[in-house]
Structure formats: C-alpha cells, structure tokens
Design a protein around this ligand. Structure first.
Ligand SMILES: [Cu+2]
Length: 291
C-alpha cells in the first residue's frame, strides 16, 4: 500500500468517530442570554486569533528550519541588531492586544451594568444551601439539594446515582424568574465564600460574607437551568446546586402571588403569637431580675 493510500485509510477509519465526537461537547456552551452569547463570541474570537498566530509562527519556523538547513549549504546571517525588526515585533503584538482588549472591555462593561433591572433578588450562600430573597416582594426561601439526590448520595445508600434524574443538580425550591426580564442578583454569604454559577447564563460570581456582589441576566427562553456552587466551601460543597426556573411572565406572576399568599399570616395568628411573645419576654425579665 502506498503512503498516500495508507493516509487515506487512516482518515477513513477516523470518520465514524466524528459522529461520536459531535455529542462530545468540548467547547463552552453558548447559553440563553445576550451576555452568554457575547462571552462565547469573545472566546471564539480570541481562540481564532491564537490559531492564526500559531499558524504564522510555526509556519515560519518550520519553513525556515527546512529551507535554510545546514545540509543545503545555508549560511547564518551575521548581524546583532535591527531597529526595523524590533519596531515590527513591538507594534504587531500591541495591535493584536488592543484589538482583543476593545471587544473584551465592551463586554465587561455590559456585564457590570446592572442598571434598569426589572427584578432584584438577594442570594445568600450558606453551608450548604442557597437563600433567595425577592426584594420588596415579601418572598424568601431556602433552596437545598433535592431529597432524591440527598438519599442517593449517602454512603452505602444502595441507590444507583445513574437512576436519579439530575443527580446533584436538583433542588427542593428553585429560583423562579420571568422570561425576558432583567434580573439583578445581589450576592452575599453567611459563613464562608461560595460562588453562584449558572453556565447557561454565562454568569459566575463569588458570594462573600460582608460583601455584596452584583450580577445580572436576562433569560430569553423559558426552561430550567442548572448550576452549582463554584467555590470550595466545605465538605458539602458539591451538594448545593443552583436551579433557575425561567417561566413566562403570567406563570411567574401566578407563582409569586401563590408564594405571597402562602406567606401571609392568617387573621388570628397575631392574637395567638402575641401572648406567647409577651410571656417569653416576662420570663426573660424574671431571669434578669433573679441574676
Ligand atoms: Cu458553596
């Protein structure tokens, strides 16, 4: 078999594998928000610039090594300084860096611009769960690992994790937001540093105790988007997923109303709670007096 035939056979042998590789995502996900698409575009732009630089540099290197080899009688040039070459190899990299910095800075500014949001949610990281507080909406709740995943993850649980849908990526109470709304997330933590991360939104930011970090997203397609805590935060770090349920506006409004109604105390609650609180206070006073 000739060399070229062998080469063709190798290529043909690789062909069935390409179909399998198609399902084997290597690249970043494109996501479902304008920002995630821009970040992906930026990533591809810089990738292709790197490819181009590699082709030019390695192409010139290989060409020079082959063409001007000693066995062909090449004689090395004998100079130790070239102002022209130094100007060229300074200006070209500067132009490349500026060309990359301009679109990168534009995207960064957009990412940081949380003005004009439709909805603000305070997200607090806890060891090992998330707390969501819809500001000015009187809705707040904890979001913890789903019971199914939690049972399966226990040592010797006897449950095959492969049988659990969205294993370690499911929660009891997901964050619910309306589609198309600019959602501002105010991020903080109650104990150690966590990080709130939803790959489909292109957003990941640290939740730091004593600090408030901001991020925003505008999901364009309804659906359930999953992420995880992305900052090693203790031994259950792997068990505090993030789930965001993006719903059409009407469905979101109905959900919000249901949450508010469920939270509203029944009319008699205050009359029941008040005496209990009063007696607790008097008990504290009595203890204080006794001391
Ligand atoms: Cu965490």
């Amino acid at each position: 078999m000739s060399k070229s035939l062998k080469f063709a056979a190798v290529i043909a042998g690789c062909l069935p594998a390409t179909a399998a590789f198609a399902a084997w995502e290597l690249n970043m996900p494109i996501g479902v928000t304008e920002l995630s698409r821009e970040i992906h575009g930026l990533h591809m732009l810089i990738f292709w610039i790197c490819v181009l630089i590699a082709l030019v540099v390695f192409g010139m290197m290989i060409y020079s090594i082959v063409k001007f080899r000693h066995s062909q009688g090449a004689i090395a040039a004998n100079f130790d300084h070239s102002t022209k070459a130094e100007i060229v190899w300074t200006i070209i990299p500067i132009a490349i860096l500026v060309g990359m910095a301009v679109p990168a800075a534009e995207t960064l500014i957009k990412i940081e611009d949380t003005r004009g949001s439709d909805l603000s949610i305070k997200v607090t990281g806890y060891q090992w769960k998330w707390h969501y507080d819809y500001l000015d909406k009187n809705v707040a709740f904890f979001s913890t690992l789903s019971d199914e995943s939690n049972r399966a993850r226990q040592l010797n649980s006897g449950i095959d994790p492969n049988t659990v849908e969205n294993y370690l990526l499911d929660v009891d109470n997901p964050l619910v937001v309306p589609v198309g709304a600019k959602v501002r997330i105010l991020l903080t933590a109650n104990d150690v540093i966590h990080a709130w991360w939803v790959p489909a939104f292109g957003m990941k930011k640290d939740a730091i105790p004593g600090f408030v970090n901001e991020l925003w997203f505008r999901a364009e397609t309804p659906g359930v988007y999953r992420g995880q805590c992305a900052e090693l935060c203790g031994y259950d770090h792997a068990f505090m997923p993030v789930v965001v349920d993006v719903r059409p506006q009407a469905e979101y409004d109905a959900w919000l109303k249901a949450q508010q109604d469920a939270k509203a105390p029944p009319a008699t609650a205050s009359s029941v709670e008040a005496p209990a609180a009063a007696s607790a206070m008097s008990a504290t006073a009595a203890v204080a007096k006794a001391e």
